[in-house]
Design a protein around this ligand. Structure first.
Ligand SMILES: C[S@@+](CC[C@H](N)C(=O)[O-])C[C@H]1O[C@@H](n2cnc3c(N)ncnc32)[C@H](O)[C@@H]1O
Ligand SMILES: *[C@@H]1O[C@H](CO)[C@@H](O)[C@H](O)[C@H]1NC(C)=O
Ligand SMILES: *[C@@H]1O[C@H](CO)[C@@H](O)[C@H](O)[C@H]1NC(C)=O
Length: 336
């Protein structure tokens, strides 16, 4: 069973799903009212018939698609799983995440050997971009920015509610989500705490893209352009740092937390949202893998609870509470 992790079943299956997503297989089968032959799928999506047939057969083999045989010909159809998670149209779609993994994360992980050897990210070797300015690499084109923001946006459709209810935050009347990206988590906060104001602060280009592509009607979230390492932060009762600490070296994190501490009043707080390692660092496996991903893509890492408690206490915060949600992301709340 253990040896299975070295087999094609594990390292080729992701590529099968990535490719089917990129080619639009799951969207076509969702839209189609009836099961389709390999030749029909190939024609619609502009691929070779032979290649498509083999891809579809593996998708059936791993139970992502279903097949029926009529008059000796295979007809392929979608399943609940492919309709719900893999087709673009579903509200729980993982499509954006899969595309980002396929086009950005996988190429970076091809250079894992060098990342481990050198102890630094592989933006230079993978994409020919400086390894120093991590967000210049992540946002290397308009298209890349949209893809990354789509990825960030998609997480909170699944895990957002658990995060915003991990603690009762109704006492915080103004909330600023630092590096809040598309505003997806901010929208969950605004929905759960309608009597609080919620503002997203992010880099100017990100805010402009968020306003253009990610706003939802009736949503009260405000956006503000800025740089959380430069100048003053907008005042707030609660600052949110979701997937921010894991991007940066320790000294930058400490500087940011000190700045937050001096920007809020006594009773104010900071909510850190990350995939937290166990104290022993012996899991969860997703957090361990994310930490390795931070090595290939950023200058940060994933931490166990004591690291957050340490950084927060050093910045002057007290009453540090840790909440493990049991999902992919966890929350830490600290009060000034
Ligand atoms: C890993 S993403 C997390 C996004 C969001 N908080 C979430 O969890 O979905 C990091 C975010 O920090 C933003 N960011 C990076 N450097 C920044 C800076 N100097 N000032 C403000 N935002 C910054 C990025 O644009 C990006 O939206
Ligand atoms: C962002 O995520 C929400 C679900 O939380 C989804 O309804 C919306 O379409 C997404 N926006 C974009 C532009 O992908
Ligand atoms: C949350 O706290 C507020 C006071 O800040 C209280 O009025 C409210 O009942 C609490 N809500 C829950 C669900 O515990």
């Amino acid at each position: 069973q253990k040896l299975k992790i070295y087999c094609a079943e594990v390292y080729c299956v992701p590529q099968v799903i990535f490719s089917a997503c990129e080619l639009g297989v799951f969207d076509l089968l969702l839209q189609s009212q009836k099961p389709l032959k390999a030749g029909e799928v190939a024609r619609e999506l502009g691929t070779s018939e032979d290649g498509m047939e083999r891809l579809l057969d593996v998708l059936v083999g791993i139970e992502i698609l279903e097949v029926e045989h009529t008059e000796g010909t295979a007809h392929y159809s979608s399943t609940d799983v492919s309709n719900l998670y893999l087709a673009k149209a579903s509200p729980k779609s993982l499509h954006d995440m899969i595309i980002y993994n396929s086009q950005t994360i996988y190429p970076l992980w091809n250079n894992l050997v060098d990342a481990v050897r050198e102890g630094k990210n592989q933006n230079e070797k993978t994409f020919g971009l400086s390894s120093k300015d991590i967000f210049s690499a992540i946002y290397r084109s308009e298209e890349e920015m949209l893809k990354f923001m789509g990825l960030m946006n998609s997480t909170w459709a699944i895990d957002g509610h658990d995060i915003v209810t991990a603690f009762n935050l109704s006492g915080f009347k103004s909330m600023v989500d630092l590096g809040g990206c598309s505003g997806a988590l901010a929208r969950e906060l605004a929905r759960e705490y309608p009597s609080s104001t919620v503002t997203v602060l992010d880099l100017p280009k990100v805010v402009q893209t968020a306003k253009q592509h990610f706003t939802e009607s009736g949503c009260t979230v405000e956006f503000q352009e800025g740089d959380f390492f430069e100048g003053d932060l907008p005042p707030a009762d609660l600052y949110i740092l979701a997937r921010i600490i894991h991007d940066w070296k320790k000294d930058k994190c400490e500087k940011l937390l000190k700045k937050i501490h001096s920007s809020t009043s006594p009773g104010g707080g900071v909510l850190i949202v990350e995939a937290m390692l166990f104290e022993s660092r012996r899991g969860p496996i997703t957090a361990q893998l994310y930490s390795l991903n931070m090595l290939v893509q950023t200058e940060g890492k994933e931490h166990p609870p004591s690291h957050y408690t340490g950084m927060l206490t050093q910045a002057g915060f007290k009453d540090v509470q840790v909440c493990r949600t049991g999902k992919s992301y966890d929350a830490v709340l600290a009060i000034k």
